[in-house]
Design a protein around this ligand. Structure first.
Ligand code: TNX
Length: 542
């Protein structure tokens, strides 16, 4: 009797469960025996398709990580062979990123309209496999499983200026995104505290702007550690990361923040500022009053030259130009900026100062330059106050309301409101045992319950909400485990916001599915906030 019980328990443990995170839209059982996933199972992909070949190799690696079994991959001309997982393209499928998994006793077919869709099917299959150490058999119940993302833009952001993170760390961040079905990495590369991207035409940006003489301790205390800190990514490293992300169907959106958050660049090239400096790369946090002088034509030329190199490095459609937190006090006193205002004939309105309109003019110049080079511009929601036209995509951070207003005006919008999508914020109100964070309280439940499309947004404006993104500012995040702690498991909640329609979301059910995803975090030794899995009282926190 006991022996039988033990045998059943083992078999149960080795049985896949398709109720993963994010939850597939459909899981329909098929009357058939289980598919037996064994070391001899092959992964088939269409001959000659490089993307599908890479997909197959990745699936094989994932299965090996989970079970120790090494599946060989094989190019084939016809699908549906026995004892194989067959990766297939199906042009009749609806969405580019949709996936369909068909499991029968004979084979497993993972289909998508594009290789990206197949990749999401692979992620779902991967997450359905139990993590029980080395095994030589996993049973996949016969079923038809299908998923389709609610939003096309499913983002995470990473600030590599306030603290600098290695190429390996950024790659692992990309791996974590892939596991969660995300497809846009917003990479914050420049700020007052460090310029992190090599620009060949302006070598001092990285060589000088990439380093600060010390960093404030605590929350902007007057005590500075006095330790020189910095680093930057060479163009070769950036290409490597862009390729690594693309292999996982993740597009990188670089952010070059302007005209504010520019002290690192001003330190390297003081002539770009209104006062001419000298400036010093910041070792504290906050909003700097020294910003680019847009009264000088040289500044516009500089920006265009920098963007030329950025465009070469990042093939995606979007370039993020920041635009946030740009105080205009220097412009008010700068004869060149004031002359520009006169030359342009800018007139203040009830809502907008001439300096706000000057930022709008500058931003529009940059936008036109990007558009001439076939790119689109994203900026923070401050741009809504600067008269930019609706071809600018707005990233809503000061709440979701600016984004909704932008959508009403006809802008495309990405929702990343501080509350609840700032993952540099605490995950509980009881912060005494938490690593230092920016502030706030964005619990797992708050993230889960967020709907990027406001209830009262009219039907004909809803398509402007392209998706949602969580932001990870790193003033207080100094190392990779801390990044992971801040994002895991909140990324799991965000993944369901990005993939599921509100009527299909269920927090209690999500919490039951989460521990298995966390098994995968553990498998890879990723740091995560274990308390978020167990503390129910946090779910009530506001
Ligand atoms: C606001 S979000 C900022 C960042 C800070 C962040 C800290 C935004 C456009 N600007 O510069 O790092 O708050 O949470």
């Amino acid at each position: 009797m006991m022996l039988i019980a033990v045998a059943t328990a083992v078999a149960q443990e080795n049985r896949a469960n398709y109720r993963v995170v994010p939850l597939p839209d459909r899981i329909d059982g098929i009357k058939d025996a289980d598919f037996k996933l064994k070391g001899t199972t092959l992964v088939d992909y269409p001959t000659g398709n490089r993307d599908m070949e890479r997909n197959a190799a990745m699936l094989s690696l994932y299965v090996e990580d989970l079970t120790g079994m090494h599946l060989s991959t094989r190019p084939v001309n016809t699908g549906n062979n026995h004892d194989c997982i067959s990766l297939q393209l199906d042009p009749k499928m609806a969405g580019d990123e949709d996936y369909r998994i068909t499991v029968t006793s004979r084979s497993v077919i993972i289909a998508g309209k594009t290789p990206a869709g197949v990749f999401y099917g692979i992620q779902t299959l991967r997450k359905s496999i139990p993590v029980v150490g080395k095994v030589d058999l996993v049973l996949l119940p016969a079923a038809q499983v299908a998923g389709s993302p609610r939003f096309g833009y499913r983002g995470m952001h990473l600030d590599c200026s306030r603290h600098f993170f290695s190429v390996e760390t950024v790659k692992r961040y990309i791996d974590i995104m892939a596991l969660h079905g995300m497809n846009r990495l917003h990479w914050h590369l420049t700020d007052d505290q460090g310029w992190r991207i090599e620009i060949k035409k302006y070598p001092r940006l990285a060589e000088v702007g990439g380093w600060r003489n010390g960093t404030t301790l605590g929350h902007n205390s007057p005590v500075n550690d006095g330790i020189r800190y910095g680093g930057y990514y060479t163009q070769e490293e950036i290409k490597e990361i862009v390729r690594y992300a693309a292999d996982r169907y993740i597009t990188i959106i670089p952010e070059i923040d302007m005209p504010g958050h520019m002290v690192a660049a001003l330190t390297a090239y003081p002539e770009l500022g209104c006062t001419g400096g000298p400036y010093e790369v910041w070792g504290m946090w906050g909003v700097a009053e020294d910003i680019l002088c847009v009264g000088k034509d040289e500044t516009l030329q500089f920006v265009n030259n920098v963007l030329d190199e950025v465009i070469q490095l990042f093939p995606g459609e979007y370039i993020h130009i920041g635009g946030d937190e740009s105080p205009r006090v220097r412009w008010q006193e700068c004869p060149r900026c004031q002359q520009r205002i006169v030359d342009l004939g800018l007139k203040a309105t009830d809502h907008q100062s001439v300096e706000a309109l000057l930022q709008g003019w500058f931003t529009t110049q940059v936008q036109q330059y990007l558009s001439e080079h076939g790119r689109r511009m994203i900026g923070w929601d401050e741009l809504l106050g600067c008269n930019v036209d609706t071809t600018a995509t707005i990233m809503s951070w000061r709440g979701a309301e600016p984004g909704s207003q932008g959508a009403m005006q006809g802008h495309d919008v990405i929702m990343s409101p501080v509350d609840p999508l700032y993952f540099d914020y605490y995950q509980t109100s009881k912060t005494w045992n938490e690593p230092t964070a920016f502030g706030g309280c964005n619990t797992l439940k708050k993230v889960y319950d967020f709907d990027p499309v406001a209830d009262d947004l009219p039907a004909d404006k809803r398509q402007h909400i392209l998706g949602a993104q969580a932001n990870v500012w790193t003033e207080y995040i100094t190392c990779e485990p801390q990044i992971q702690y801040q994002v895991l498991p909140r990324m799991a909640a965000l993944a369901e916001v990005q993939w599921l329609h509100p009527e299909d979301k269920d927090y209690q059910d999500f919490k039951k599915r989460l521990p298995h995803l966390v098994d995968i975090y553990k498998l890879y030794n990723w740091t995560y906030r274990a308390k978020s899995l167990i503390v129910e009282s946090e779910d009530q926190e506001k």
